[in-house]
Design a protein around this ligand. Structure first.
Ligand code: DHB
Length: 315
C-alpha cells in the first residue's frame, strides 16, 4: 500500500499530520508529535514575541467537537525557528505564522528567508480569536495586499491557511486572488469562527474569553471542510495543492478529504481528544478503507469525487 505524498517540493511518508494549534506549542509537545506516526508536523501559530494568550478556560470539548479562544499563546518565532534547526528533519516541518499585523508577518518572513530555514511556511490568514482583529481571509482586498507584499521577496515554500467560506462567489473571488501568486498550497479550513456553546445544566457559556464565543472544530465542521477542500481543488491552479483540515476522526474521514482533492490531511480536535496515538490509528484505518475499495495508492482516487449524475446515469 503506497500512501506517500509530495507537496512544496518535499516527500511525505504518508498523508496525516497535526493541525496548527493542536499539541504543538511547547518543545515537549512538538517532539512528541514529531516522533509519533505523523507524515509532517506544523507548529503553533506564532508571533515575533512570545504571548500568554487569552485567560482560561479557553479550550473545551463539546458534544461533537471543540470550542477554543486561545488568543495566540505561543513561544515566539525564534523558539520555533530553533526547533526546526535542532530537529533531525526526517520529515517535513511547517512553521505557522500569525502576526498581529501585516508588518509583523513580513518581519517574521524576512527573518526566516534570511536564515534560509528548511521549514515550509503556513501563513495563517484566519485566526478568529483576537478581539479587534478581523480574519484576513474574509477581507479579499487585504488578502491581495498581504500576498503582494509577501511574494515581493519570499523565496521559501509557502502556503496559506484559510477560513471556511460559505458562498460560491466567495470561493471564486478568493481563488482568483490566490491564483495570481506562486503559492505551494492552501490549507482548508481553520475553525468555524465565533461559535457559541451553552451548558444546558447551568445556562452558561463554556469558555471565558469573548463572552464564550470561539472557533468551532471537530465533527461539526467536516461537511464545511470537505466543501472548501473540493471547491479550492477545482478552482485553483494545479500547482497549488490543498491540505485538508476539519472534522477527521476516522480513516474514512481522511479518505473523503483525499477524495475531495486534499494532498495531506491535518488533525486538530481529535488529536486533542486522543493524543499522538491518533496518527497510528488513522493511518491504519485509511489503509483499511483503501484496501476495501481496491486502491493501492492515493493517486488512484485523490480528487476523484463522483457527482450524483455519474452514479445515476439514466435518471
Ligand atoms: C488561534 C486560533 C486559531 O484558529 C488560529 O488560526 C490561530 C490562533 C488562537 O486562538 O490561538
Amino acid at each position: 500500500m503506497n500512501c506517500t505524498a509530495q507537496l512544496a517540493g518535499k516527500k511525505f511518508n504518508h498523508v496525516i499530520m497535526n493541525a496548527s494549534g493542536a499539541h504543538c506549542m511547547t518543545a515537549e509537545q512538538l517532539y512528541e508529535i514529531y516522533h509519533a506516526d505523523t507524515a509532517a508536523i506544523v507548529t503553533k501559530s506564532c508571533t515575533l514575541q512570545p504571548r500568554q494568550g487569552n485567560p482560561e478556560p479557553r479550550y473545551t470539548e463539546i458534544p461533537l467537537g471543540s470550542l477554543n479562544s486561545m488568543g495566540l499563546p505561543n513561544l515566539g518565532l525564534h523558539f520555533y525557528q530553533n526547533f526546526v534547526q535542532e530537529a533531525q528533519q526526517d520529515k517535513p516541518i511547517f512553521i505557522s505564522l500569525a502576526g498581529l499585523s501585516l508588518e509583523e508577518n513580513l518581519e517574521m518572513l524576512q527573518q526566516l528567508n534570511q536564515h534560509s530555514t528548511t521549514a515550509i511556511i503556513e501563513l495563517n490568514l484566519s485566526c478568529p480569536n483576537l478581539p479587534g482583529k478581523p480574519q484576513t481571509g474574509y477581507d479579499f482586498q487585504r488578502t491581495q495586499q498581504v500576498l503582494e507584499q509577501v511574494f515581493s521577496f519570499n523565496k521559501l515554500p509557502l502556503g496559506v491557511k484559510l477560513p471556511p467560506y460559505f458562498d460560491i462567489i466567495h470561493f471564486e473571488q478568493m481563488a482568483a486572488i490566490l491564483n495570481q501568486y506562486p503559492l505551494q498550497f492552501v490549507t482548508c479550513i481553520n475553525s468555524i469562527g465565533n461559535a457559541l456553546h451553552i451548558d444546558p445544566a447551568t445556562d452558561t457559556t463554556v469558555i471565558r474569553p469573548k463572552n464564550g464565543f470561539g472557533g468551532l472544530g471537530g465533527q461539526y465542521i467536516k461537511p464545511t471542510a470537505l466543501a472548501n477542500v473540493h471547491q479550492f481543488y477545482r478552482l485553483l491552479n494545479p500547482s497549488i495543492q490543498v491540505i485538508g483540515c476539519g472534522g477527521a476522526t476516522t480513516g474514512l474521514d481522511i479518505y473523503q478529504h483525499l477524495l475531495c482533492g486534499a494532498s495531506l490531511v491535518q488533525i486538530g480536535t481529535q488529536l486533542m481528544i486522543e493524543g499522538p496515538g491518533v496518527f497510528t490509528r488513522l493511518l491504519q484505518e485509511l489503509q483499511e478503507v483503501m484496501q476495501e475499495k481496491g486502491y493501492t495508492s492515493i493517486d488512484q482516487f485523490r480528487g476523484k469525487l463522483k457527482y450524483w449524475e455519474q452514479q445515476n446515469p439514466t435518471t
